[in-house]
Design a protein around this ligand. Sequence first.
Ligand SMILES: Nc1ncnc2c1ncn2[C@@H]1O[C@H](COP(=O)(O)OP(=O)(O)OP(=O)(O)O)[C@@H](O)[C@H]1O
Ligand SMILES: [Mg+2]
Length: 257
Amino acid sequence: MTPRPPDGAPLSVRDVTKTFQAANGATVVALDGVSLEVAAGEMIALVGPSGCGKSTLLRLFAGLDAPTAGEILAGSEPIRGPNAERGLMFQDHSLFPWLTVRKNIQAGLVARGVLREHRHEVDEFMALAGLAEFADAYPHQLSGGMAQRAALARALVNHPRVLLLDEPLGALDQFTRMRMQDELLKLWVARGTTMVLVTHDVDEAIYMCDRIAIMTPRPGRVDRVIGVTLDRPRHRNDRAFLDLRGELLETLQLAGG
Ligand SMILES: Nc1ncnc2c1ncn2[C@@H]1O[C@H](COP(=O)(O)OP(=O)(O)OP(=O)(O)O)[C@@H](O)[C@H]1O
Ligand SMILES: [Mg+2]
């Protein structure tokens, strides 16, 4: 299972700092001199304790926010704003509450005026996400897991070259989660999309990713990047898998402390 030549774009983070003004006026250093290279078609996990800047970094990749200092690029172009080539799935599903599931999923296609050519894919992705029967439901009528799957379908249907996923599978039960992991992997193999996956699930990071960036909080830094060299498809009970899991959990415990 080796991805074909990637559609994905490489990403570069060069000495990026991001500070925020907290409510009490104090300065929060969300990211402190972070550098990271993500190869075209690579799947990389961002793992680390709450508040270490994972979502902040993802928003910078998405172009929803700008770094305070440093540079962030997609290919050779500095990221200056959102772009349909970079799909983002937020930590909370952020579906449009006034649109049905179908209309949410096709919103990006409508915005770009390409719905007619891609209409069949809306149905495909809805089926993939197990939502065919809920096409006409509104977000408030969905369970948390269903809403998350709808948001994932909405991101995928645009065929982004970079997919930025902030705990995309966090609200799913274990079985659905494992199935969606395999579906994401299939898409990744088929398209070579560059994927940045924020996850709290160490098993998910090992199962899915080429590398795992471990972040530490206050200030937010990339502490180390661990390569996952296990052959694909991976098996969650393999000795090597479990060894790496143990090693990662230990590292994370240190990062959290
Ligand atoms: N818009 C903002 N204004 C002020 N502070 C912010 C803002 N966004 C993020 N922060 C702060 O930056 C730090 C990093 O936040 P971020 O959301 O990136 O963390 P995270 O790693 O995604 O955490 P979690 O795992 O809980 O989602 C936190 O201290 C947070 O309070
Ligand atoms: Mg977050």
